[in-house]
Design a protein around this ligand. Structure first.
Ligand code: GUN
Ligand code: ZN
Length: 433
């Protein structure tokens, strides 16, 4: 990590961001300023952004950070991944439930140990920064200490974090079970301690999924989410065939998987549902009505063989879409790899995602899904100065051949999904990598 003191400056570069979903809003959603300037205040926030020629007098005396020749985007946001799964990426096996039982639950059991949690949290946060991710919505474990270490690691790097203690009181392994009561009590203590301590931390009510929570636990999660109306809610849904069949057995009186969550007040405009591959039309309609988001996790879905998420069907139903790497079911931290896989998965539905569409998902789209779009997701005055400086890879002759075909910035960004660029990552106006 590059240590630096926050100070005001004017960044010069080709600035590019999205202020709306380009799939629906078209070309006007994309703001591209080839000879751009961005004034960043000592408070770590964007003070002004626009054409360099129009830089107001207030900022002309600020020192210049010259990155002309690069493209600067808002920092990437990841809407779904698991920090305690950093060590089990690419573990051989069969489907989701086998992978959870064999690798995930034993690994997550280790996170009651503070030193272990702190060491993985540091590696996890550093890795995200290396790949240009400046804020994220993250799963921790049942252990309060794991969330405390994760929050401290993100804070010390200037990153934004949404997370919560995972609630799971059945169907895992005994060392990874809490109770309905402890899930409620611990969450409240953590929320009230961490939110005042860290200005970029937001609490997320986190029942792992319907299989690992009793009705009593889902009930207290719904109560927490209602009692603290700013909290987000994250869980998993409709990921694999065996998972869906198990939920139907455990909750025989609910018409659908989503209905289980809905019955406990967990389907709101602050809800994030990971995967949503096999979601029915009725479930999509309900998610759209509630303003909930589905989070597409393509490398996880292909690795575990869970299925092929359908962007078109979710868009047609009006569901908000986010995107995440879902480490460790997912196989790479890099948003470029995640976007590449999203492109491939969409092709199986005869759909083709443009660079604008995938980069929008990984910036403002995720901020909207996570309800952090007032603070992050685009290069707009008032938001945190979270941004990434991208330049062509310098050691890859095949990448050079491919990028020679890129005539427009959109074509360059599209190719970066397959030939990742060099990345410098800044959070709160400070260069971190
Ligand atoms: N469903 C419940 N828990 C998990 C998890 O850790 N990873 C994935 N991919 N799906 C889940
Ligand atoms: Zn997950």
């Amino acid at each position: 990590m590059i240590a630096a003191v926050s100070q005001s400056f004017v960044l010069r570069a080709h600035l590019l961001w999205w202020n709306d979903d380009p799939f629906f809003a078209g070309q006007s959603a994309q703001i591209s300023v080839p000879d751009g300037a961005m004034a960043v205040g000592a408070d770590g926030r964007i003070a002004w952004v626009g054409e360099a020629a129009n830089l107001p007098n207030d900022y002309t005396a600020w020192p210049e950070v010259d990155r002309r020749g690069t493209v600067v985007l808002p920092g990437f946001i990841d809407a779904h991944l698991h920090f305690p799964q950093s060590a089990i990426i690419g573990a051989y096996g069969t489907d989701l439930l086998h992978w959870l039982d064999t690798y995930t639950f034993p690994e997550e059991s280790r996170f009651g140990d503070q030193a272990h949690a702190a060491s993985i949290a540091a590696i996890f946060a550093d890795t995200l920064l290396r790949y240009g991710v400046t804020s994220a919505c993250v799963f921790s474990t049942i252990h309060p200490v794991a969330l405390e270490e994760l929050a401290a690691a993100f804070h010390s790097r200037g990153m934004g974090l949404l997370s919560g203690k995972t609630a799971m009181d059945r169907n895992a392994i005994p060392t990874l079970h809490d109770t309905a009561q402890s899930a409620y009590d611990d969450a409240k203590v953590l929320l009230e301690a961490l939110e005042p301590q860290y200005d970029r931390f937001g609490y997320v009510v986190t029942p792992r999924f319907a299989i690992t929570s009793t009705e009593a636990q889902l009930d207290v999660c719904g109560s927490l989410h209602a009692e603290f109306p700013h909290t987000r809610m994250q869980t998993h849904i409709n990921e694999s065939a065996r998972e869906i069949a198990t939920v139907a057995q455990l909750f025989p009186n609910d018409a659908s998987y989503l209905d289980v969550y809905d019955r406990f007040g967990l389907v709101t405009d602050r809800s994030l549902f990971a995967h949503g591959i096999h979601t029915t039309e009725a479930e999509m309609a309900r998610m759209a009505e509630a303003g909930a988001a589905v989070v597409h996790c393509p490398t996880s879905n292909t690795f575990l063989g869970s299925g092929l998420f359908n962007p078109g069907a979710n868009r047609a139903a009006g569901v908000n879409i986010g995107i995440g790497c879902d480490i460790g079911g997912g196989t790479h931290f890099s948003p470029f790899v995640t976007m590449q896989e999203a492109y491939k998965v969409a092709r199986f539905h005869d759909q083709s995602l443009t660079a604008a569409e995938t980069y929008y998902w990984h910036t403002l789209g995720n901020a909207r899904a996570m309800k952090t779009n007032r603070e992050a997701g685009s290069l707009a005055a008032g938001k945190w100065a979270d941004f990434i400086v991208l330049s062509d890879p310098d050691d890859d002759p095949i990448a050079a051949l491919r990028l020679a075909h890129a005539e427009t910035v959109e074509q360059r960004l599209f190719a970066y999904q397959f030939f990742a660029p060099q990345i410098q990552t800044w959070t709160r106006g400070i260069q971190r990598t």
